[in-house]
Design a protein around this ligand. Structure first.
Ligand code: FES
Length: 87
């Protein structure tokens, strides 16, 4: 299984992970980064349970490859919760 190392910002934290090239962003966030607030629902881009922000745009993480997060800024529900506490 081919792996690729990617660098991105996750909830404001510079992050580097090595992931299988076919892994979804959702799997990477939950199983590699360990942030489980982003949920798996339909796996087809319909339910919104896996919604994250990628460069401040709403994205279904189940449909995006993890390797396409390289160089991007990701925000999950945990990151939004942090914003709420700061106010
Ligand atoms: Fe339903 Fe991604 S799991 S839209």
């Amino acid at each position: 299984m081919s792996q690729q190392t990617i660098d991105f910002t996750l909830n404001g934290v510079p992050t580097r992970v090595s992931v299988p090239v076919q892994m979804s962003a959702l799997e990477m966030i939950r199983n590699v980064a360990g942030l489980t607030g982003t949920k798996y629902g339909c796996g087809e881009g319909e339910c919104g349970a896996c919604t994250i922000l990628v460069d401040d745009k709403s994205v279904a993480a189940c449909l995006q490859f993890a390797i396409d997060c390289d160089g991007r800024s990701l925000t999950t529900i945990e990151g939004l919760a942090g914003d709420a506490r700061a106010q």
